[in-house]
Design a protein around this ligand. Structure first.
Ligand SMILES: Nc1ncnc2c1ncn2[C@@H]1O[C@H](COP(=O)(O)OP(=O)(O)OP(=O)(O)O)[C@@H](O)[C@H]1O
Ligand SMILES: [Mg+2]
Length: 465
């Protein structure tokens, strides 16, 4: 049942709207002031909010703002007493779905309400479908045939059938979660649940109750008993993501589970046996955390039975073209666009880039390019700015010694020019800083900058942009 909140200081109006909307099949909550409604709205539990604009105390505009802050998808209909009010227009600007002028026609109100709720439903559905599609494509396949990735695939194939605990380490965006899912998918327990939890994202009490569950009445709000993820994953796999971010208190609790393979729900008395495969991931250097006494050594040895180290993207540049095309197909499908190629220039930029954010960053760049591209090929222009300007020197600086020989001085000049241009870009045009980046004196930087007309060039570009 769709839930509607009515905010109006006039009792007559509240009652009238309540009765009408209940008859229409909505669950209705009515509030006599914006102050009282604030609390309700903050929880974001309504499918529609209808609010009078002018009320004593806080105005309906406040309610509108709060509703949108709590949940931007909730439509808000404003009621106003005057035919042409500035506040009604303001409300629309602030994201109100529509406004209705008092006195209004019952049918008109019904229609506006119905449309608002229908629009929200469609939007939700759309989003859910997109998410589903994204999820589905997301774990389709792991791409890579670089030596480093082959090692990873071999290791996955070897350890998937075992029950060993695995530590997956690597920088952010290198595919750690993908590996965890692959291990589960290739294991004998593949038809049992795979549950994943980000241990770094929750405060201890919540994390504990998520992992181990809680008994009824164990804390305020625990009206029913709840299974924790260790129980939910029974017979399957639990993936403890960002395990390096856990607190010492949590680490002791995890150690106990790993040793005893039993858990106790928060506030509970019974020990429950769990039969789960544990996979853990971290983008920290856990050994270092152990040395710094920030991660328990005994827990480290428990989880580091087998370690899979995910290479950073810059360590496997030969995989970039394949990955890029994989994401091109994926986002082309999601966005319903027929983009079939990546231009040579664009691909060169992609393979030359440094990729601090690894595969996820590459994926985001391609997703964005697919969204922006109007032709059937991704061009260098539709890559994001960072990638477009490239990191390493272009291949024209590659060492190619043709039979006819080269003009070394000229090549060196070009190399200097290129680095200076790049340094200027990084330094946002500040020459002293650019000189510093290159370890040059400011005097010689200024001399060469003039010679190559680097600063003129920058201005010319700025004018165009
Ligand atoms: N080898 C690969 N083939 C295809 N897609 C990949 C590959 N590696 C990573 N990805 C994609 O890159 C994105 C990031 O991967 P994932 O979430 O597994 O990284 P992560 O290491 O867990 O990152 P974080 O540490 O930030 O959580 C995902 O969308 C994933 O599908
Ligand atoms: Mg991850």
């Amino acid at each position: 049942m769709d839930r509607v909140l009515i905010v109006d200081d006039e009792k007559g109006m509240r009652d009238f709207l309540s009765i009408m909307l209940k008859k229409e099949g909505y669950a209705v909550v009515a509030s006599e002031s914006a102050d009282k409604a604030s609390e309700l709205v903050g929880k974001g539990e309504f499918d529609l909010v209808i609010s009078d604009i002018a009320m004593p105390g806080k105005s309906g505009i406040e309610i509108l703002k709060q509703t949108k802050a709590a949940n931007p998808d909730t439509p808000v209909i404003m009621i106003t007493a005057y035919a042409s009010t500035e506040s009604a227009i303001e409300a629309l600007k602030l994201g109100a779905y529509d406004y209705i002028i008092k006195p209004f026609d019952v049918e008109e109100m019904k229609t506006v309400v119905r449309n608002a709720i229908e629009k929200r439903r469609l939007e939700n559905e759309n989003r859910a479908l997109k998410r589903e599609l994204k999820e589905k494509l997301r774990f389709d396949e792991m791409i890579g045939d670089s030596p480093r990735m082959r090692e990873v695939f071999d290791l996955i194939a070897k350890i998937a059938p075992t029950n060993s605990t695995v530590l997956i380490s690597g920088e952010s965006g290198t595919g750690k979660e993908l590996v965890a899912r692959a291990i589960h998918a290739k294991s004998p327990c593949k038809d049992r649940p795979f549950v994943s939890i980000n241990c770094g994202a929750l405060p201890d009490e919540l994390l504990e109750s998520e992992l181990f569950g809680h008994a009824r009445g164990s804390f305020t709000g625990a009206v029913t008993a709840k299974k924790g993820l260790f129980e939910v994953a029974d017979g399957g796999t639990i993936f403890l993501d960002e395990i390096g971010d856990t607190t010492p208190a949590m680490q002791i609790k995890l150690l106990r589970v790993l040793q005893e393979r039993r858990i106790r729900r928060v506030g509970g008395t019974d020990e429950i046996e769990v039969n789960v495969r544990v996979l853990a991931a971290t983008n920290h250097d856990l050994e270092q955390l152990v040395r710094q006494k920030r991660f328990r050594e005994d827990l480290y040895y428990r989880i580091n039975v087998i370690q899979i180290r995910m290479p950073a993207l810059r360590e496997k540049p030969e995989d970039i073209p394949k990955l890029a095309l994989h994401f091109l197909v994926k986002y082309g499908r999601i966005m319903g666009k027929k983009i079939t190629r990546i231009s040579e220039e664009a691909m060169r930029r992609l393979t030359d880039h440094d990729w601090p954010g690894n595969v996820r960053e590459l994926e985001n760049v391609i997703e964005r390019a697919v969204a922006l591209e109007a032709t059937d090929a991704i061009t260098a222009d539709s890559l994001s700015r960072e990638v477009r300007s490239g990191g390493r020197p272009a291949p024209e600086f590659a060492i190619v010694l043709s039979d006819g020989g080269i003009d070394l001085e000229r090549q060196l000049e070009r190399l200097r020019e290129h680095y200076m241009e790049e340094a200027l870009r990084r330094a946002q045009g500040i020459q002293t800083r650019a000189a510093e980046i290159l370890g040059m004196s400011f005097r010689s930087f200024r001399y060469f900058a003039k010679k190559y007309r680097l600063t003129d060039r920058k201005e010319a570009r700025a004018n165009v942009g």
